[in-house]
Design a protein around this ligand. Structure first.
Ligand SMILES: [Zn+2]
Length: 218
């Protein structure tokens, strides 16, 4: 991308994108229609093997919810990005993305749209393989945990205009899957649109009104 410029893309339901975010730049993902979750993979552009580790992030933040102020770490404990804002929910870091095999195991239906396929397609220009897109950050996703260790996926809290914003701490590649899951409450059983913006930290962000104006109705 041209430096000191902004780039943005409206992600239709079930779509995906790859973004290059320089150190010091921000990436903002805005919920356009409401109750929608992105699945995000990121790695250091200098070394694609230096990629997001939910385990390292959980350990070093002492939390499985990535609240504002938390840092997303790589498997080599590189600080990749800071969560600067998350206006709804808390940001689940533990757990994999939906995939064809998982969907088949859960629902008995082959060839369903899924984040794994999306992330592989988004990462194809970078040579990403299946092992590169296993570990995700999932802001807005709601997972309720019980003391006995059981958990349940619940409806996401994010409404139209809610957003998550990451500050890149090193030069990054960020893959975003607009989660196509429609058989669990993850996206309220109705995948909808997301908006992805990348730009200098000090640049003004598009408002939800602007995004909706340019995007048109749902
Ligand atoms: Zn998904």
């Amino acid at each position: 991308m041209a430096r000191n410029a902004t780039q943005e893309i409206l992600l239709d339901p079930r779509a995906h994108t790859a973004s290059e975010v320089d150190a010091g730049e921000a990436l903002r993902i805005t919920v356009v229609d409401g109750q929608q979750v992105p699945d995000i993979v990121l790695w250091a552009r200098a070394d694609p093997a230096d990629r997001l580790s939910p385990t390292a992030s959980q350990l070093l933040n002492e939390s499985y919810l990535m609240m504002p102020g938390c840092v997303l770490y790589s498997q080599r404990a590189t600080a990749l990005a800071e969560v600067e804002a998350c206006t709804a929910g808390a940001g689940v870091i533990v757990g994999g993305s939906c995939s064809g095999p998982l969907n088949y195991a859960r629902f008995g239906i082959p060839d369903t749209p899924n984040c794994r396929t999306n992330l592989l397609a988004a990462g194809a220009p970078y040579g990403a393989e299946e092992a590169d897109v296993q570990h995700i950050y999932c802001p807005f996703m709601t997972i309720r945990r019980d003391a006995d260790g059981s958990y349940v996926i619940d409806l996401p809290e994010a409404e139209s205009g809610d957003y998550v914003e990451l500050l890149a701490l090193v030069d990054l590649v960020v893959l975003t899957s607009n989660c196509p899951q429609e058989r669990t409450p993850t996206n309220a059983f109705n995948p909808s649109r997301l908006h992805v913006w990348v730009g200098p930290h000090g640049a003004s962000r598009p408002t939800i009104d602007t995004i909706l104006e340019e995007a048109g109705g749902a």
